[in-house]
Ligand binder design. Structure first.
Ligand code: PXL
Length: 255
């Protein structure tokens, strides 16, 4: 049995965050587990409020879970608080979680900050060194490295800086780049780009869906490069059938 855990924000509209991760885990045949690091108030129009799960409660749940059920891989998404990030980093060391996928979620599409001030330093210093793979999109790669990415050379430079922070692999998602819609994986023997057709419309939870799929594939024993390649194909298929579910035009993935 493949067991995977998502530690991320709760999206009650269930198009992103732990709810989407769980749906994707299920769709890929894994036994999924999900624990919230933060709650959000949101619907298809966007995020209007965020609140971290209290650190004592968070830590207690994390330890209770890992002490009992061992996931082969873990992903993190929206973490919000530095204290909760520290707890994950510590648990990753204690429980020797080597297959850790970190999606460094910084902001919602509607512009709400999903990481508290000061927590980015904790993320970079304590969690990135424990990650097998981090999956920033371009704006996140820029903010994490304090650089501006306009060219492929800029992206290579930022990826180098991110690898220096300690993860084994970095996948920079270029979906937010005008022109190219390729995602580029750094850290292997060579740099690999994965490109798929750009789909029309606004989608809710694309980043979560990709990192959740990668996590299941890595848990199942795929090497990182293969996992990313296959996960991109899953996401591409899901993009085709995504539909609006609320009053906004944002499309949600359908299972
Ligand atoms: O897609 C980023 C994201 C991740 N996780 C949660 C979110 C969002 C965006 O709104 O709410 C819980």
């Amino acid at each position: 049995m493949i067991k995977v855990l998502s530690i991320a924000g709760s999206d009650p509209s269930s198009g992103a965050g732990i709810q989407l991760d769980l749906k994707m885990f299920q769709a890929l045949g894994a036994f999924g587990m999900a624990m919230p690091s933060a709650l959000t108030v949101q619907n298809s129009r966007g995020v209007s409020r965020v609140e971290p799960v209290r650190p004592g409660l968070f830590k207690q749940q994390l330890l209770a879970l890992l002490d009992d059920i061992r996931p082969q891989a873990v992903k993190t998404g929206m973490l919000l608080s530095g204290r909760n990030i520290e707890a994950i980093a510590r648990a990753a060391a204690t429980f020797k979680l080597t297959k850790l996928v970190v999606d460094p979620v910084l902001r919602s599409s509607s512009g709400k900050s999903l990481l508290q001030p000061g927590a980015m330093t904790v993320l970079k210093k304590h969690l990135f060194p424990r990650a097998l793979l981090i999956t920033p999109n371009l704006p996140e790669a820029e903010m994490l490295t304090g650089s501006i990415i306009k060219t492929e050379g800029d992206m290579d430079f930022a990826a180098g800086k991110l690898l220096d922070m300690g993860p084994s692999y970095v996948l920079i998602k270029g979906g937010h780049w005008q022109g190219a819609a390729a995602d580029t994986l750094y850290g292997g023997k060579k740099v690999v780009s994965f490109s798929t057709d750009r789909r029309k419309g606004d989608f809710h939870g694309t980043g979560c869906l990709l990192s959740a799929s990668i996590t299941v594939l890595i848990a199942g024993g795929n090497p990182v490069e293969k996992a990313v390649e296959k996960a991109k194909q899953f996401v591409d298929r899901m993009l085709k059938t995504a539909k609006p579910v609320g009053r906004s035009r944002t499309k949600y993935f359908q299972f």
